[in-house]
Ligand binder design. Sequence first.
Ligand SMILES: Cc1cc2nc3c(=O)[nH]c(=O)nc-3n(C[C@H](O)[C@H](O)[C@H](O)COP(=O)(O)OP(=O)(O)OC[C@H]3O[C@@H](n4cnc5c(N)ncnc54)[C@H](O)[C@@H]3O)c2cc1C
Ligand code: FES
Ligand code: FES
Length: 493
Amino acid sequence: MTRNSLQFVRRGRNVRLDRFSPRATVLDWLRLQERSVGTKEGCAEGDCGACAVVLARERDGCMVYEPVNSCIALLGQLDGAELITIEDLADNGTLHPLQEAMARLHGSQCGFCTPGIVMSLFAHYHDGSGATSRDTINDVLAGNLCRCTGYRPIVDAALEVCSRGAADRFTRTEAERLNALRALDDGADVFVGDGAAFFAAPAGEESFARLFVQNPDATIVAGATDVGLWITKKLVPLEKIIHVGRVKELARIEESADAYSFGAAVSLARAAPVLGSIDPDVAEVLRRFGSAQVRASGTVGGNVANGSPIGDLPPMLIAMGARLELRHGGEVRTLPLENFFVDYGKQDRRPGEYVRRLLVPKLESARYFRAYKITKRIDEDISAVLAAFCLTVEGGRIVDARAAFGGMAGIPKRAKTVEENLRGLSLVDTGRWRAAADAVAADFTPLSDLRASAAYRLRVAGNLVIKAIAEVAGLDTGTTRIADRRMVADAAE
Ligand SMILES: Cc1cc2nc3c(=O)[nH]c(=O)nc-3n(C[C@H](O)[C@H](O)[C@H](O)COP(=O)(O)OP(=O)(O)OC[C@H]3O[C@@H](n4cnc5c(N)ncnc54)[C@H](O)[C@@H]3O)c2cc1C
Ligand code: FES
Ligand code: FES
């Protein structure tokens, strides 16, 4: 069944749109069509959070409230969701508790960032935890830039309100709003437009696979945290878009005895607790991946398929020995993740073929994982270098090693010479560690760019090799880290 319109819930009503540009963003629609101008545009590239709105959806039988940067989210991505903006929070003229606390505690000066900040906090208020902390709020607001107020009064307001369970108009009406969303879930494939220009959102994998084979020139969109910027910053005239956010098969996380499987359309926010359970360093890198808004929309499949040399997941997954599953029509194949990245901008993926799943092995005992994300600032920054290691240790010696780096070449890449130098290395013979570190120069000839110089990249990559060995050898991470210290070094575990 195909539906030739988009449908979503807005202020208790169903909105149906049967004509819109495939490139239209949610912010375009709000400000230019609906004329709801409370939602602001700052950067138009997902960084500042001035445009944050909330999408309410049903997941696993419950209502979830996800923060989204509307400047890069495509209008078509709204299908099946309820769109909530800053104008909707007050209840019959009474400010929402978050708005009231922000005003009373002086959390707003010029006010430009305020709608986005309140919407990010509104998503947190409704995340079901009924509790918060200063650290949690700092994470929640990592993607909301305020240039004049200073964050202390904002965080104070958030602490006061989010420390108690949600109780507002939205909690009172949740059951009926959930029913309205269920009524929209018709299981139909969405196709709006014609053969030359369309926005499609298939509901199942069979129809998605068929549509992509028929239209291999279409652009797949998952969370649009990369593709959205092609539209707003590079002005790429994308005409055919296939959105995978409704393909149920691609939204699954599965677990077997020795591995996890992540469907390509699983968001980073949903993947984070599972991937983070493999090792605390993965959890920490994911905590610093973009912002809450970027993680709510961005997907594991998008982070791999974009082929970026500075994506955070690929080096970590390559070090773990992950495999990638691709599908073309009815044909499925798997390959080691590192083989997917062929050259800068070139992946082993033919026209009409898509990323289906990532298969990530669990860490066996005696295998130690470490990952380090090097950026200019801790929060919401793209890696200059990302180093990941998986070291197998027996009798005080490294007997097997996998090492992978991002930011050191045109692709995320294994460091084969470093690995050779690590194999057989004694964890007590510190004198030989430097040779293993210096081997990065045989594996990589990095570039200088705005994030880091080539010399800095080589030096930091070598130092990270030493850091990984030192930590696995049992050095207290209080001496190797200024943030995200691990409580116990591995040798003592
Ligand atoms: C403010 C901001 C901060 C960011 N911070 C980080 C960061 O810290 N670390 C990091 O690694 N990245 C970061 N990114 C980049 C981006 O968020 C990630 O790469 C994200 O994982 C992309 O996922 P997506 O679902 O949004 O991809 P999309 O934008 O939807 O797609 C990305 C690419 O993958 C293709 N694609 C998507 N799904 C499939 C599929 N199933 N099969 C084939 N092709 C597919 C698309 O066609 C496109 O080429 C940031 C982006 C922004 C805007
Ligand atoms: S306008 Fe800056 S994140 Fe959208
Ligand atoms: S109040 Fe002015 S940018 Fe935050």
